[in-house]
Design a protein around this ligand. Structure first.
Ligand SMILES: [Zn+2]
Ligand SMILES: [Zn+2]
Length: 143
């Protein structure tokens, strides 16, 4: 598996992948379109691009599901969002504000920076957005 550096996917594709991860299993592109507030044709195109890049598997007439690579990446995306969100909440933002602001900037945050923030916060296990999955390359086994 290639190393993730965080710059692989632009924000919209990343949000799309996260939505597939959140919904789980085989997801219909129409459901993704509704969830993300985009047109069905936009969702179909995004799914095709992510399938070409190896993140999704396309099941004809049924929808898309994550490949191993897609699932690993989606987990990184969720970890990145929650760490950025937690960091922002330390500046006095409410959970809701931190979550919203994190979504605007997280696509620009590299994996290296995510790990640095994680370390500086003491490898937290909980964000204002939910649990933070520990990353073996960053977080010690025993907190
Ligand atoms: Zn959030
Ligand atoms: Zn860590």
């Amino acid at each position: 598996m290639e190393e993730i550096d965080g710059s692989e996917l632009p924000a919209r594709k990343a949000e799309f992948l996260k939505a597939v991860y959140r919904m789980g299993g085989v997801v219909r592109t129409n459901d993704l379109a509704a969830d993300l507030g985009v047109s069905p044709s936009t969702a179909t195109k995004a799914a095709a691009v992510l399938a070409d890049a190896g993140y999704l598997e396309h099941t004809r007439y049924r929808g898309v599901s994550l490949t191993g690579k897609g699932e690993e990446y989606a987990r990184f995306l969720v970890r990145r969002h929650r760490i950025v969100s937690l960091a922002l909440s330390r500046f006095g933002l409410s959970s809701e504000e931190a979550c919203l602001e994190a979504r605007k900037i997280e696509a620009c945050v590299s994996r290296e920076l995510v790990d640095r923030i994680c370390a500086s916060l003491g490898h937290p296990m909980m964000s204002c957005c939910g649990p933070i999955e520990h990353d073996r390359s960053c977080c010690p086994d025993e907190p």
